[in-house]
Design a protein around this ligand. Sequence first.
Ligand code: KG4
Ligand code: ZN
Length: 367
Amino acid sequence: MTAHTPLTVLGIETSCDETAAAVVRRQPDGRGEILSNVVFSQIREHAPYGGVVPEIAARAHVEHLDGLIARAMDEARLGWDDLSGIAATAGPGLIGGVIVGLMTAKGIAAARNLPLVALNHLEGHALTARLTDNVPFPYLLLLVSGGHSQLLVVEAVGRYRRLGTTIDDAVGEAFDKVAKLLGLGFPGGPAVERAAREGDPTRFPLPRPLAGRPGCDFSFSGLKTAVRQLAESLKTDDAAGTLDPRDRADIAASFQAAAADVLADRTENAMALASDLVPPGHRRLVVAGGVAANLLLRERLEVSARTFGYGFVVPPLKLCTDNAAMIAWAGAERLALGLADGLEASPRARWPLDPEAAPARGAGVKA
Ligand code: KG4
Ligand code: ZN
Protein backbone atom coordinates (compact mmCIF):
# COMPACT_ATOMS: atom_id res chain seq x y z
CA MET A 1 0.00 0.00 0.00
CA THR A 2 1.36 3.44 -0.87
CA ALA A 3 0.20 7.03 -0.72
CA HIS A 4 -0.48 6.73 -4.48
CA THR A 5 -3.75 4.88 -3.97
CA PRO A 6 -6.87 6.02 -2.10
CA LEU A 7 -7.00 4.77 1.49
CA THR A 8 -10.32 3.75 3.03
CA VAL A 9 -10.17 3.49 6.81
CA LEU A 10 -12.64 2.42 9.49
CA GLY A 11 -12.25 4.51 12.66
CA ILE A 12 -13.36 3.65 16.20
CA GLU A 13 -13.70 6.11 19.10
CA THR A 14 -14.46 5.01 22.68
CA SER A 15 -12.24 7.18 24.92
CA CYS A 16 -14.99 8.99 26.83
CA ASP A 17 -18.80 9.01 26.63
CA GLU A 18 -19.33 8.82 22.87
CA THR A 19 -19.28 5.45 21.16
CA ALA A 20 -18.48 6.14 17.51
CA ALA A 21 -17.55 4.47 14.23
CA ALA A 22 -16.87 6.05 10.84
CA VAL A 23 -15.41 5.32 7.44
CA VAL A 24 -13.25 7.94 5.73
CA ARG A 25 -11.43 7.92 2.42
CA ARG A 26 -8.19 9.79 1.79
CA GLN A 27 -7.20 10.49 -1.80
CA PRO A 28 -3.51 10.39 -2.80
CA ASP A 29 -3.54 14.19 -3.19
CA GLY A 30 -4.53 14.52 0.50
CA ARG A 31 -8.22 15.30 0.04
CA GLY A 32 -10.59 13.54 2.42
CA GLU A 33 -14.17 12.36 2.26
CA ILE A 34 -16.41 11.04 5.03
CA LEU A 35 -18.31 7.96 3.79
CA SER A 36 -20.14 7.40 7.08
CA ASN A 37 -20.00 8.83 10.59
CA VAL A 38 -22.17 7.40 13.37
CA VAL A 39 -22.06 8.51 16.99
CA PHE A 40 -23.97 7.14 19.95
CA SER A 41 -23.92 9.66 22.77
CA GLN A 42 -24.18 8.12 26.24
CA ILE A 43 -25.51 11.35 27.76
CA ARG A 44 -28.69 9.67 29.04
CA GLU A 45 -26.71 6.95 30.84
CA HIS A 46 -24.52 9.47 32.68
CA ALA A 47 -26.97 12.36 33.22
CA PRO A 48 -28.39 11.03 36.53
CA TYR A 49 -24.84 11.19 38.00
CA GLY A 50 -24.05 14.71 36.71
CA GLY A 51 -20.89 13.52 34.93
CA VAL A 52 -19.28 10.62 33.10
CA VAL A 53 -19.05 7.42 35.19
CA PRO A 54 -16.10 5.41 33.80
CA GLU A 55 -17.56 1.95 34.52
CA ILE A 56 -20.92 2.81 32.96
CA ALA A 57 -19.11 4.26 29.93
CA ALA A 58 -17.03 1.10 29.41
CA ARG A 59 -20.13 -1.12 29.62
CA ALA A 60 -22.08 1.08 27.19
CA HIS A 61 -19.19 0.92 24.70
CA VAL A 62 -19.26 -2.90 24.91
CA GLU A 63 -23.01 -2.87 24.33
CA HIS A 64 -23.11 -0.47 21.37
CA LEU A 65 -19.83 -0.64 19.51
CA ASP A 66 -20.43 -3.73 17.32
CA GLY A 67 -23.79 -2.38 16.10
CA LEU A 68 -22.29 1.03 15.35
CA ILE A 69 -19.44 -0.48 13.34
CA ALA A 70 -21.95 -2.52 11.30
CA ARG A 71 -23.96 0.66 10.67
CA ALA A 72 -20.89 2.66 9.65
CA MET A 73 -19.91 -0.06 7.15
CA ASP A 74 -23.51 -0.26 5.83
CA GLU A 75 -23.88 3.47 5.41
CA ALA A 76 -20.55 3.60 3.58
CA ARG A 77 -21.83 0.69 1.43
CA LEU A 78 -18.58 -1.17 1.95
CA GLY A 79 -17.49 -4.69 2.80
CA TRP A 80 -14.43 -5.58 4.89
CA ASP A 81 -12.42 -6.23 1.72
CA ASP A 82 -12.87 -2.61 0.68
CA LEU A 83 -10.96 -1.33 3.72
CA SER A 84 -7.27 -0.35 3.64
CA GLY A 85 -6.93 -0.28 7.41
CA ILE A 86 -8.53 0.24 10.79
CA ALA A 87 -7.79 2.97 13.33
CA ALA A 88 -8.90 3.13 16.96
CA THR A 89 -8.30 5.56 19.78
CA ALA A 90 -5.63 3.99 22.02
CA GLY A 91 -5.58 6.90 24.50
CA PRO A 92 -5.61 9.26 26.26
CA GLY A 93 -8.97 8.71 27.95
CA LEU A 94 -10.95 6.54 30.32
CA ILE A 95 -9.01 3.31 30.18
CA GLY A 96 -11.99 0.92 30.25
CA GLY A 97 -13.50 2.50 27.16
CA VAL A 98 -10.17 2.76 25.36
CA ILE A 99 -9.60 -0.97 25.91
CA VAL A 100 -13.02 -1.80 24.39
CA GLY A 101 -12.33 0.15 21.18
CA LEU A 102 -8.72 -0.86 20.74
CA MET A 103 -9.36 -4.57 21.36
CA THR A 104 -12.30 -4.54 18.92
CA ALA A 105 -10.06 -2.92 16.30
CA LYS A 106 -7.34 -5.50 16.94
CA GLY A 107 -9.88 -8.32 16.51
CA ILE A 108 -11.01 -6.97 13.12
CA ALA A 109 -7.44 -6.25 12.02
CA ALA A 110 -6.32 -9.78 12.90
CA ALA A 111 -9.37 -11.48 11.36
CA ARG A 112 -9.27 -9.44 8.15
CA ASN A 113 -5.52 -9.06 7.90
CA LEU A 114 -5.76 -5.27 7.90
CA PRO A 115 -3.15 -2.80 9.15
CA LEU A 116 -3.98 -1.29 12.56
CA VAL A 117 -3.36 2.26 13.72
CA ALA A 118 -3.45 2.72 17.52
CA LEU A 119 -4.22 6.40 17.55
CA ASN A 120 -3.76 9.29 19.96
CA HIS A 121 -7.25 10.82 20.36
CA LEU A 122 -5.72 14.30 20.45
CA GLU A 123 -4.08 13.69 17.08
CA GLY A 124 -7.59 12.97 15.76
CA HIS A 125 -8.74 16.43 16.93
CA ALA A 126 -5.49 18.02 15.71
CA LEU A 127 -5.72 16.71 12.13
CA THR A 128 -9.49 17.18 11.55
CA ALA A 129 -8.88 20.52 9.82
CA ARG A 130 -6.94 18.66 7.12
CA LEU A 131 -9.96 16.44 6.49
CA THR A 132 -12.42 19.34 6.31
CA ASP A 133 -10.24 22.10 4.84
CA ASN A 134 -7.11 20.41 3.50
CA VAL A 135 -4.96 22.70 5.70
CA PRO A 136 -1.23 22.31 4.90
CA PHE A 137 1.42 21.86 7.62
CA PRO A 138 2.53 23.70 9.67
CA TYR A 139 -0.36 25.45 11.43
CA LEU A 140 -1.22 26.78 14.87
CA LEU A 141 -3.74 24.73 16.84
CA LEU A 142 -5.84 25.67 19.84
CA LEU A 143 -7.06 22.35 21.25
CA VAL A 144 -9.85 22.82 23.75
CA SER A 145 -11.70 19.79 25.08
CA GLY A 146 -12.98 18.25 28.29
CA GLY A 147 -9.50 17.08 29.27
CA HIS A 148 -7.13 19.46 27.48
CA SER A 149 -6.46 23.11 26.77
CA GLN A 150 -3.34 23.47 24.67
CA LEU A 151 -1.72 25.64 22.04
CA LEU A 152 0.47 23.69 19.63
CA VAL A 153 2.23 24.08 16.34
CA VAL A 154 1.21 21.10 14.21
CA GLU A 155 4.39 20.54 12.20
CA ALA A 156 3.57 17.18 10.59
CA VAL A 157 1.71 13.96 11.33
CA GLY A 158 3.12 12.87 14.70
CA ARG A 159 5.12 16.12 15.19
CA TYR A 160 3.63 18.62 17.60
CA ARG A 161 5.33 21.48 19.40
CA ARG A 162 3.49 22.61 22.49
CA LEU A 163 3.52 26.36 23.16
CA GLY A 164 1.22 26.34 26.15
CA THR A 165 -1.08 24.20 28.27
CA THR A 166 -3.30 24.52 31.31
CA ILE A 167 -1.69 24.69 34.71
CA ASP A 168 -4.87 23.41 36.39
CA ASP A 169 -8.28 22.66 34.83
CA ALA A 170 -9.08 22.23 31.15
CA VAL A 171 -11.54 24.77 29.77
CA GLY A 172 -14.18 22.12 28.95
CA GLU A 173 -13.91 20.89 32.53
CA ALA A 174 -14.51 24.47 33.73
CA PHE A 175 -17.65 24.69 31.56
CA ASP A 176 -18.84 21.36 32.98
CA LYS A 177 -18.22 22.38 36.60
CA VAL A 178 -19.85 25.78 36.17
CA ALA A 179 -22.90 24.09 34.63
CA LYS A 180 -23.10 21.78 37.61
CA LEU A 181 -22.90 24.51 40.22
CA LEU A 182 -25.49 26.59 38.34
CA GLY A 183 -27.76 23.54 38.23
CA LEU A 184 -27.74 23.52 34.42
CA GLY A 185 -27.21 19.80 34.05
CA PHE A 186 -24.94 17.67 31.92
CA PRO A 187 -23.19 17.96 29.51
CA GLY A 188 -22.10 21.36 30.70
CA GLY A 189 -20.65 23.20 27.70
CA PRO A 190 -23.79 23.34 25.55
CA ALA A 191 -25.94 24.01 28.66
CA VAL A 192 -23.84 27.02 29.71
CA GLU A 193 -23.86 28.32 26.13
CA ARG A 194 -27.67 28.01 25.97
CA ALA A 195 -28.17 29.75 29.34
CA ALA A 196 -25.68 32.48 28.39
CA ARG A 197 -27.77 33.44 25.36
CA GLU A 198 -30.36 35.00 27.68
CA GLY A 199 -27.78 36.60 30.00
CA ASP A 200 -25.82 39.83 30.37
CA PRO A 201 -22.07 39.09 30.00
CA THR A 202 -21.09 42.43 31.56
CA ARG A 203 -23.09 42.17 34.79
CA PHE A 204 -20.44 40.30 36.81
CA PRO A 205 -16.77 41.25 36.30
CA LEU A 206 -15.17 37.82 36.70
CA PRO A 207 -11.37 37.30 36.75
CA ARG A 208 -9.43 36.56 33.53
CA PRO A 209 -6.59 34.35 34.91
CA LEU A 210 -3.18 34.92 33.27
CA ALA A 211 -4.62 37.38 30.71
CA GLY A 212 -2.13 40.11 29.87
CA ARG A 213 0.77 37.98 31.14
CA PRO A 214 3.49 36.64 28.82
CA GLY A 215 3.39 33.06 27.56
CA CYS A 216 0.64 30.75 26.33
CA ASP A 217 -0.36 28.77 29.42
CA PHE A 218 -3.92 28.72 30.73
CA SER A 219 -5.50 28.62 34.15
CA PHE A 220 -9.20 28.13 34.82
CA SER A 221 -9.51 27.06 38.43
CA GLY A 222 -9.58 30.64 39.82
CA LEU A 223 -12.37 31.54 37.41
CA LYS A 224 -14.33 28.47 38.44
CA THR A 225 -13.91 29.36 42.15
CA ALA A 226 -15.03 32.94 41.50
CA VAL A 227 -18.18 31.58 39.79
CA ARG A 228 -18.83 29.29 42.77
CA GLN A 229 -18.51 32.15 45.27
CA LEU A 230 -20.71 34.40 43.15
CA ALA A 231 -23.39 31.73 42.80
CA GLU A 232 -23.34 31.06 46.56
CA SER A 233 -23.72 34.77 47.32
CA LEU A 234 -26.79 35.05 45.06
CA LYS A 235 -28.60 31.91 46.12
CA THR A 236 -31.83 32.43 47.99
CA ASP A 237 -31.48 31.13 51.54
CA ASP A 238 -34.21 28.50 51.36
CA ALA A 239 -33.10 24.90 51.93
CA ALA A 240 -32.69 24.13 48.22
CA GLY A 241 -30.55 27.25 47.70
CA THR A 242 -31.91 27.99 44.24
CA LEU A 243 -30.73 30.66 41.85
CA ASP A 244 -33.00 33.16 40.19
CA PRO A 245 -33.14 32.39 36.40
CA ARG A 246 -31.99 35.94 35.58
CA ASP A 247 -28.94 35.59 37.88
CA ARG A 248 -28.18 32.16 36.47
CA ALA A 249 -28.23 33.42 32.89
CA ASP A 250 -26.07 36.45 33.78
CA ILE A 251 -23.50 34.27 35.58
CA ALA A 252 -23.38 31.84 32.63
CA ALA A 253 -22.89 34.73 30.19
CA SER A 254 -20.26 36.41 32.38
CA PHE A 255 -18.35 33.14 32.78
CA GLN A 256 -18.47 32.38 29.07
CA ALA A 257 -17.21 35.88 28.24
CA ALA A 258 -14.32 35.51 30.72
CA ALA A 259 -13.36 32.08 29.34
CA ALA A 260 -13.45 33.37 25.76
CA ASP A 261 -11.35 36.42 26.72
CA VAL A 262 -8.72 34.21 28.36
CA LEU A 263 -8.58 31.81 25.42
CA ALA A 264 -8.29 34.71 22.96
CA ASP A 265 -5.56 36.42 25.02
CA ARG A 266 -3.39 33.28 25.23
CA THR A 267 -3.99 32.45 21.55
CA GLU A 268 -2.93 35.96 20.55
CA ASN A 269 0.37 35.45 22.41
CA ALA A 270 0.77 32.13 20.58
CA MET A 271 0.17 33.76 17.20
CA ALA A 272 2.85 36.34 17.99
CA LEU A 273 5.27 33.59 19.12
CA ALA A 274 4.47 31.24 16.25
CA SER A 275 5.34 33.76 13.57
CA ASP A 276 8.92 32.42 13.80
CA LEU A 277 7.71 28.81 13.50
CA VAL A 278 4.94 29.14 10.93
CA PRO A 279 5.94 30.77 7.61
CA PRO A 280 3.73 33.64 6.31
CA GLY A 281 1.81 31.60 3.69
CA HIS A 282 0.92 29.00 6.36
CA ARG A 283 -0.41 31.27 9.06
CA ARG A 284 -3.64 29.61 10.03
CA LEU A 285 -5.26 29.28 13.41
CA VAL A 286 -7.14 25.99 13.73
CA VAL A 287 -9.49 25.45 16.69
CA ALA A 288 -10.42 21.88 17.62
CA GLY A 289 -11.97 19.83 20.43
CA GLY A 290 -15.43 19.94 22.00
CA VAL A 291 -15.22 23.53 23.27
CA ALA A 292 -14.59 24.68 19.68
CA ALA A 293 -18.35 24.10 19.24
CA ASN A 294 -18.94 27.27 21.30
CA LEU A 295 -20.20 30.03 19.01
CA LEU A 296 -19.02 32.99 21.09
CA LEU A 297 -15.53 31.49 21.23
CA ARG A 298 -15.50 30.90 17.48
CA GLU A 299 -16.47 34.52 16.79
CA ARG A 300 -13.95 35.88 19.30
CA LEU A 301 -11.05 33.82 17.91
CA GLU A 302 -11.91 34.67 14.34
CA VAL A 303 -11.46 38.35 15.16
CA SER A 304 -8.12 37.61 16.91
CA ALA A 305 -6.91 35.58 13.92
CA ARG A 306 -7.80 38.37 11.49
CA THR A 307 -6.00 40.95 13.66
CA PHE A 308 -2.82 38.85 13.60
CA GLY A 309 -2.97 38.09 9.86
CA TYR A 310 -3.89 34.44 10.41
CA GLY A 311 -6.50 32.49 8.47
CA PHE A 312 -9.17 30.89 10.66
CA VAL A 313 -10.32 27.28 10.40
CA VAL A 314 -12.76 25.53 12.68
CA PRO A 315 -14.42 22.21 11.82
CA PRO A 316 -18.22 21.92 11.65
CA LEU A 317 -19.83 21.39 15.07
CA LYS A 318 -20.24 17.62 14.86
CA LEU A 319 -16.56 17.18 13.99
CA CYS A 320 -15.51 19.33 16.99
CA THR A 321 -17.03 17.07 19.64
CA ASP A 322 -15.82 13.48 19.84
CA ASN A 323 -16.42 11.40 16.72
CA ALA A 324 -14.77 8.57 14.81
CA ALA A 325 -14.36 10.37 11.47
CA MET A 326 -11.41 12.23 13.00
CA ILE A 327 -9.91 8.93 14.15
CA ALA A 328 -10.38 7.28 10.74
CA TRP A 329 -8.88 10.35 9.05
CA ALA A 330 -5.81 10.54 11.32
CA GLY A 331 -5.40 6.78 10.76
CA ALA A 332 -5.47 7.33 6.99
CA GLU A 333 -2.87 10.11 7.31
CA ARG A 334 -0.62 7.72 9.23
CA LEU A 335 -1.15 4.83 6.80
CA ALA A 336 -0.31 7.15 3.89
CA LEU A 337 3.11 7.56 5.55
CA GLY A 338 3.47 3.83 6.24
CA LEU A 339 2.93 4.34 9.98
CA ALA A 340 0.94 1.27 11.06
CA ASP A 341 1.14 -0.23 14.58
CA GLY A 342 1.56 -3.84 15.66
CA LEU A 343 -1.17 -5.85 17.35
CA GLU A 344 0.79 -5.50 20.61
CA ALA A 345 -0.04 -1.75 20.80
CA SER A 346 -1.13 -0.85 24.34
CA PRO A 347 -4.01 1.30 25.55
CA ARG A 348 -2.78 4.43 27.35
CA ALA A 349 -4.71 6.49 29.90
CA ARG A 350 -2.25 9.38 29.44
CA TRP A 351 -0.50 10.26 26.22
CA PRO A 352 0.82 13.78 25.53
CA LEU A 353 1.02 14.95 21.91
CA ASP A 354 4.36 16.60 22.54
CA PRO A 355 6.38 14.36 24.88
CA GLU A 356 9.32 16.80 24.68
CA ALA A 357 7.37 19.67 26.25
CA ALA A 358 8.43 20.63 29.76
CA PRO A 359 5.86 19.74 32.41
CA ALA A 360 3.49 22.64 33.09
CA ARG A 361 4.09 24.36 36.41
CA GLY A 362 1.25 24.65 38.90
CA ALA A 363 -0.70 22.50 41.27
CA GLY A 364 -2.94 19.76 39.98
CA VAL A 365 -1.49 19.88 36.45
CA LYS A 366 -3.26 17.45 34.20
CA ALA A 367 -1.84 18.12 30.75
O1 KG4 B 1 -13.56 16.86 22.59
P1 KG4 B 1 -14.68 16.48 23.47
O2 KG4 B 1 -16.00 16.06 22.84
O3 KG4 B 1 -14.27 15.33 24.47
C1 KG4 B 1 -12.99 15.29 25.02
O4 KG4 B 1 -12.06 14.80 24.34
O5 KG4 B 1 -12.88 15.82 26.17
O6 KG4 B 1 -14.95 17.72 24.46
C2 KG4 B 1 -15.93 17.67 25.43
C3 KG4 B 1 -15.96 19.00 26.16
C4 KG4 B 1 -16.89 18.99 27.37
O7 KG4 B 1 -16.22 19.56 28.47
C5 KG4 B 1 -18.05 19.86 26.91
O8 KG4 B 1 -18.71 20.52 27.99
C6 KG4 B 1 -17.35 20.83 25.99
O9 KG4 B 1 -16.42 20.04 25.29
N1 KG4 B 1 -18.29 21.46 25.05
C7 KG4 B 1 -18.55 22.78 25.02
C8 KG4 B 1 -19.56 22.97 24.04
N2 KG4 B 1 -19.86 21.74 23.50
C9 KG4 B 1 -19.07 20.83 24.13
N3 KG4 B 1 -18.04 23.80 25.74
C10 KG4 B 1 -18.53 25.04 25.50
N4 KG4 B 1 -19.50 25.31 24.58
C11 KG4 B 1 -20.04 24.30 23.84
N5 KG4 B 1 -20.99 24.56 22.95
ZN1 ZN C 1 -12.04 14.73 22.36
